[in-house]
Design a protein around this ligand. Structure first.
Ligand SMILES: [Zn+2]
Length: 864
């Protein structure tokens, strides 16, 4: 019956649709008739409308701003018109945008943030001008017939199609209305889309308000047209008003520089990427290649050409000029200049003298840092700075040529200003390198500053605790400033990070003040190495890099040296196996639990013996912890400083523990090409000795019952200074949570399914620390010392957490990611814990063991 009914309904639908179709055909015919009638009437009644307006008539009330694309701005309404000339049709240009000022509430929209560059073409379609973004991701060898089908299954992006308002046929000019092009999000998406799973109470940017959005400035040059637009996002009401950075959460301004520029017409030669050295790249796939690595990835570099091509060392025709913004504190200008110019040492080896020049922006300069024609070192002191340094550059996407760069520096990183939630929650340790959302590798967000700030505070705390002179404090600041500047300038020269560079020296060498004097403390300033703070304070020498490292010199040669032949280039690349050219970047680093495999590619570490170095740092922190009450309580001041130093020292211990943990299940990577001199083999598991050494260090410094002991009477003083109603509550120090977080960070790595899988797999190719041995050692480290007697509260926390993680491996959300062998060992360990936890102790320990047994019994029931 139901079936029949639905069939009837269906039939009726067809009939109805047929009727609607007939009716609409009739109506359409009728409308056409009416329309024709109307048009006829219009034409006969207003014959003057036939005459098209001329450009001169349409720009009558406008001011002309001459440049690449001449702009007319109406002097009454401010609206924009733009001229396109016919020799610009079918030509390619570059579009680039950056945030000239914004707020972090809206995502990464901070001052100076680059939004990448794209190639676009201007095309004419009947009475319209189109702006079409070109796809530059693929290469076809023009000699290969396949290149005829290079457009197959590839999309360009038509971002605008604007009706020509008037044209001057004799001069070949087209006038178009340009408000929609610049005042909307036509050229670039500015407001970030909301992500699934975002908290419904999070701050949300309103919709683009066209009435409030306006042009702030227009700067037009022969080679580029630049507009600053202030976008206003409005919402009638907001649940969350955002941070203090917003005066009114309902109306938020984001200022964006848009630049349209001509493609440089020069003899720049593209250079291609090699996995043995770390340049930023624009990825290009060679679609006509037949090998297994069809990559033609363009490295990013400046167009440097020798004035005298025959000289071994020559000045460049056009140097890379850096401007120190006039907002820079006077006392730092010399250090900054020195930092930038250190790179000239590397350029000399590549054949260039004075490749980089530094100038100071005059106080009465008429240009600002947003001007594309200037590379500027800028300072800000902003709320919750998103970076310590940021060195973005923008490139010609077709060649990789760097066309401009800026460096943003945050004042906070040279102060004791602390963002507790950022630095001490240790969430930062879990944050992987932030890959730009649109895959633009020209972004160079850099969290060196954050790490450096913590390290500067640590070095200062050590210096204060040992009553070093003011000179020592100045030295810490000066050297770390130099290091930060060199690092950020390195990004703007095209270099990305080298987190393996800290392998250069041994702990003994770093403890030898005379040996390290005047050197880079690692192979490269592009590392996030820890400051050199010696455990034996009498041996303290240099704290940070004061010049570029040997890897930097080599990398600059690879990017910039005019090679006489490809074989000369290859010969230099083949020097990658020299110990001082060691390289591994963010993609390989082990900051986040379970992420990568080579423990040498790590941040916040130092030396070629990271385990010894980390133990030294933990012991130094423990030594300092004993003195903090005496050294950091100042008469007449609150206890905020003491609290800061307590968290700082604990954080250093946690960071060191993470560094040690990466050796368990670690596999060293060698990216040398086959048969290259000095090549080992691509994968070599960490030796049994070093894995055992790491395990016993974790046992002693992370898991032992007394690992996080601090003088008990210190806790009474870890107080925050009250600030109105706006400070964290409840305010008491959460010591157990803090210690457990540090321990969990280590467990998250060594019990990660990637780590356990790798321990098993690498048993096949040289790993001698078997999964069964490691899991047994771990169980011992967490239980053996106290499970048969009284268990202190730190250990109770740890034992329960660890037991929960083992259960999670068997029955938790991620259990399917664990290998069967890991699961078997988890079960084996749980059963052992069950047996060990049967002994008694004081009431708290008895309760704790009962808790363990109950958890295990219940979990065992669930396992089928
Ligand atoms: Zn960096």
């Amino acid at each position: 019956m139901t079936q029949n009914k639905s069939r009837v309904t269906h039939c009726m639908c067809v009939a109805l649709a047929f009727f609607v179709f007939l009716f609409s055909q009739h109506m359409e015919a009728q409308n056409k008739k009416n329309k024709n009638k109307k048009e006829q009437t219009k034409e006969t009644s207003t014959p003057s409308a036939k005459k098209e307006k001329t450009i001169t008539e349409l720009v009558k009330s406008s001011k002309k701003i001459e440049g690449l694309f001449p702009i007319y701005q109406d002097t009454i309404t401010g609206s924009l018109q733009m001229i396109i000339s016919d020799n610009q049709l079918d030509q390619e240009f570059i579009y680039f945008s950056q945030i000239s000022n914004g707020v972090l509430d809206a995502g990464r929209m901070n001052r100076g943030a680059y939004m990448g560059s794209k190639v676009f073409k201007i095309e004419k379609y009947f009475d319209k001008i189109e702006f079409v973004i070109q796809n530059t991701s693929f290469y076809f060898d023009p000699k290969n017939p396949l290149s005829k089908s290079k457009d197959a299954n590839i999309s360009n992006g038509t971002i605008a199609s604007i009706t020509i308002a008037a044209q001057d046929k004799s001069k070949g000019l087209f006038l178009i209305k340009a408000d929609d092009l610049f005042l909307g999000e036509t050229l670039a998406q500015i407001k970030k889309p909301s992500k699934p799973g975002e908290s419904p109470t999070a701050f949300k940017l309103g919709g683009l308000n066209k009435d409030k959005t306006k042009i702030n400035s227009i700067k037009n040059y022969d080679e580029n047209t630049n507009l600053e637009v202030e976008y206003v996002y409005s919402s009638p009401s907001v649940l969350n008003n955002g941070s203090n950075a917003l005066a009114d959460g309902r109306n938020v301004s984001i200022k964006v520089f848009h630049s349209l520029m001509s493609i440089p017409d020069n003899d720049y030669e593209a250079r291609y990427d090699d996995p043995r050295v770390g340049y930023f790249t624009t990825e290009v796939d060679d679609k006509t290649a037949t090998n297994s690595t069809p990559y033609k990835d363009l490295i990013h570099r400046w167009h440097l050409k020798k004035k005298d091509p025959n000289a071994a060392i020559s000045e460049p025709i056009e140097p890379i000029t850096w401007w120190i913004e006039n907002s820079t504190p006077l006392e730092w200008r010399e250090t900054i200049t020195n930092g930038v110019l250190q790179w000239n040492i590397a350029f000399e080896k590549a054949g260039f003298k004075n490749a980089i020049v530094v100038k100071v922006q005059p106080d009465d300069a008429t240009w600002d840092a947003g001007d594309l024609n200037y590379n500027v070192l800028r300072w800000t002191s902003s709320p919750k700075p998103p970076f310590g340094g940021y060195g973005p550059s923008f490139v010609n996407p077709k060649t990789g040529q760097i066309l401009g760069a800026d460096i943003m520096l945050e004042f906070a990183h040279f102060t004791n200003r602390v963002f507790y939630d950022k630095i001490y929650s240790l969430a930062s340790l879990d944050t992987p390198f932030e890959t730009p959302e649109d895959n633009e590798s020209t972004y160079a967000y850099c969290s060196l500053g954050h790490q450096l700030q913590e390290d500067i505070m640590f070095a200062s705390a050590a210096a204060t605790a040992y009553a070093h002179s003011d000179y020592e404090m100045e030295r810490i600041k000066k050297e770390s400033m130099m290091a930060l500047i060199m690092h950020e300038v390195g990004h703007t020269l095209g270099l990305n990070h080298n987190m393996k560079a800290s392998q250069l020296f041994s702990p003994e060498q770093l403890n030898d003040a005379a040996f390290i004097e005047g050197k880079c403390l690692t192979a490269s300033v592009m590392d996030y190495a820890a400051l050199n703070v010696t455990k034996d304070r009498s041996k303290q020498g240099q704290y940070d890099d004061v010049t570029v490292g040997p890897y930097d010199v080599w990398a600059i040669q690879l990017g910039y040296k005019p090679f006489a032949s490809e074989s000369e280039h290859q010969a230099l690349l083949n020097e990658s196996t020299k110990p001082e050219h060691i390289f591994g970047n963010d993609a390989d680093d082990m900051r986040s639990p379970g992420k990568a495999i080579d423990p040498r590619v790590m941040t916040s570490d130092q030396s070629n013996d990271q385990i010894t170095w980390s133990i030294d740092r933990i012991e130094l922190s423990n030594n300092l912890m004993k003195t903090v009450k005496n050294k950091f309580i100042k008469s007449g001041e609150s206890y905020q400083e003491l609290r800061r130093v307590y968290y700082l020292l604990s954080g250093q211990k946690a960071t060191s523990a993470n560094i040690i943990s990466r050796f368990i299940g670690g596999v060293y990577i060698d990216r040398a090409m086959a048969d290259q001199i000095g090549e080992t083999q691509p994968y070599t598991p960490v030796s049994l000795k070093d894995q055992k050494r790491a395990m016993s260090a974790l046992s002693k410094y992370v898991f032992a019952p007394d690992a996080f002991d601090a003088p008990n009477d210190l806790y009474n003083y870890l107080a925050m200074q009250r600030r109105g109603f706006n400070f964290r509550t409840p305010e008491d120090p959460k010591i157990h949570n803090q210690v457990l977080t540090y321990q969990k960070n280590v467990l998250n790595h060594i019990l990660h399914y990637h780590t356990l899988q790798r321990i098993s797999d690498s048993e096949l190719y040289g790993n001698e620390y078997k999964l069964s041995a490691f899991m047994t050692d771990l169980n011992h480290a967490i239980f053996k010392a106290d499970i048969y007697g009284n268990v202190n509260s730190f250990r109770q926390n740890l034992q329960l957490e660890y037991t929960g993680m083992l259960i999670g491996m068997l029955t938790g959300k991620q259990s399917s990611s664990y290998s069967n062998t890991s699961k078997s060992m988890a079960l084996y360990n749980l059963k052992n814990i069950r047996t060990m936890a049967s002994a008694s102790g004081d009431i708290a320990s008895t309760a704790h063991k009962q808790h363990l047994r109950t958890l295990i019994d219940n979990a065992l029931k669930e396992i089928k």
